[in-house]
Each structure stands twice: as C-alpha cells, then as structure tokens.
Design a protein around this ligand. Structure first.
Ligand code: URA
Length: 271
C-alpha cells in the first residue's frame, strides 16, 4: 500500500514555519553528497554573487544585474564612503539602494530604510527586516512591529514622534541573525543615519543592535536597561538597550523588565 503524499500546500506551510521561505535554486542539492570530482571554476566574464539564486527564481524586484559583493574590507570602505558623501537622509537612502557590497541585497525584495519621523527626539534601531518588512519596505510592520507600536504607545509615542530603522536594511534569508560581517558592512550606513537624524536618545532593540552599535561584549540580559553614551559623530547622546519585541513575544514574562526600561526612556525624554 503506497503512503499518502502530503498536499503541496502543507509542504510549503511546513517549510515557511521552519524559516524556509525563499528558493535559492530550481532543484534541491544534496549538500551531504560526495563532491563531484572536478568543480569547474565560474566563467570570469560572468561572475555570480555567492548565494544569489538564479535569475529565474529570484523575486521580480531583484531581477536586475547584480555585481558580485566586494571583499568585506572593500565593502566596508565603500559603505563608509557612500555614507559620508550623503548629506541628507534622502541621499543616504539612495546611496544604500545603490550599494552592491552586501550579499543580503541579492535575496531581499526591498531595501528597508526607515519609518517614522526623522525629526523625532528618539530613534529605535532593530536588527534587520523580516518577511513582512521585506514585502512592504518598512521596518517593524510585522508581529514584532505591532508589539513595538504598543510599547512606544505605552510611553506616549507613535510613529509620528519616533524614528525607526535597523542595523541591516536587507532581510537575511529565513530571518537568520545577520553575520558579524554583514553587520560590519552595513554599520557605516546606520551610523550615518543616526548622525543625520540626530536624535537625543537612541534605543537599541535586541542584543545584535546593542552589540553592534554600542560595542558591548555582554548579552542583552545584562545590558538592557542600562544607559550608555553614543557618539553620533556630531555629539554624544544617551543610548539604552531594550529586549527586542520579537523576543518579548516568545518570552512574555520579560515584558515586565521591558516596561521598567520603557519608563526609564520616558523619564529621559522629559529631561
Ligand atoms: N525585527 C527587526 O529587528 N526589525 C524589523 O524591522 C522587524 C523585525
């Protein structure tokens, strides 16, 4: 008796729930198989970025000519130069959209730059876009974004009185944590974004944002709720790390601590 095969939609749902939500190739390679005896070097005149799906399976939005990502040091240098040359947030957005030095851009549908009010006194910086953010091109619009909205509403703020961005402007495939290299490449952009927005208070959402921007060695459970100094390049401002809303969705017991931290943020805003 042959076993009933699962419905293709159930298979897709199973993949999506496990973070597999983008096709990188038309056939599934067996990565555990013995390597072929001879691996041909890629043709020199047709370089392909590492990890980029073939054009036929890439989303419409990214079916364009993609130059291979530069070596990390060169990519960091290029990002730094582009960021420094941008004298407004609009110029910075254009510069980021033109940057080809981060491989994450090849698998993302949209560049997610910012939302909210760039004139706000407070700026929230998360880790990187998820699936919803990638689709809409705006940060924190998915489930964790809804919680972030409720968190900032609790201290009397909304997207008209807060500015919101991410360390990484492109969605890492399957929502994986960005690698330190990807964060290092994108760091000049978010640093310049903070400098140009010039908030009084910087709130890092989650460990990766805090460790990248505040150069902290300890984890978020130790660093959350503590005040740090952040040098924007223009001046020194107050910075604090909070639990990431996605973490709070998974660990609601920690909402109490996040609430205490939000009250500290509210107090700092009145000073
Ligand atoms: N998580 C983040 O860190 N940023 C987003 O924009 C969405 C989810």
């Amino acid at each position: 008796m042959s076993e009933a095969r699962p419905h293709p939609l159930d298979v897709l749902r199973f993949y999506a729930e496990n973070g597999v939500d983008i096709a990188l190739d038309e056939t599934a390679p067996n990565r555990l198989a013995e390597p072929a005896a001879v691996i041909e070097a890629p043709a020199r005149d047709a370089p392909k970025p590492f990890g980029a799906p073939p054009a036929s399976v890439r989303p419409q939005a990214i079916q364009r000519n993609i130059t291979p990502p530069a070596a990390p040091e060169a990519a960091i240098r290029d990002a730094g130069q582009l960021a420094a040359n941008a004298s407004t947030l609009d110029e910075l957005r254009v510069a980021i959209e033109s940057f080809e030095g981060c491989a994450l851009k090849a698998t993302a549908m949209r560049t997610v730059f910012a939302d909210g009010n760039p004139q706000a006194r407070i700026m929230f910086v998360g880790e990187g876009p998820g699936a919803e953010e990638d689709r809409e091109g705006l940060p924190f619009v998915g489930r964790s974004g809804k919680l972030l909205d409720r968190m900032i509403a609790a201290i009397g703020l909304d997207r008209k009185s807060a500015y919101i961005a991410n360390i990484i402007p492109w969605r890492p495939p399957g929502n994986r944590t960005p690698t330190p290299q990807e964060s290092a490449i994108c760091l000049p952009f978010i640093r310049r974004q903070i400098e140009l927005a010039d908030p009084d208070i910087l709130v890092c959402l989650g460990g990766p944002s805090a460790t990248t921007l505040l150069e902290l060695k300890e984890g978020i459970t130790r660093t959350r709720g503590r005040w740090f100094e952040f040098d924007t390049g223009k001046r020194k401002i107050k910075a604090i790390a909070l639990f990431h809303p996605a973490y709070l969705l998974r660990s609601p017991a920690h909402k109490k601590l996040a609430w205490q931290d939000l009250l500290a943020v509210k107090k700092a805003l009145t000073q």
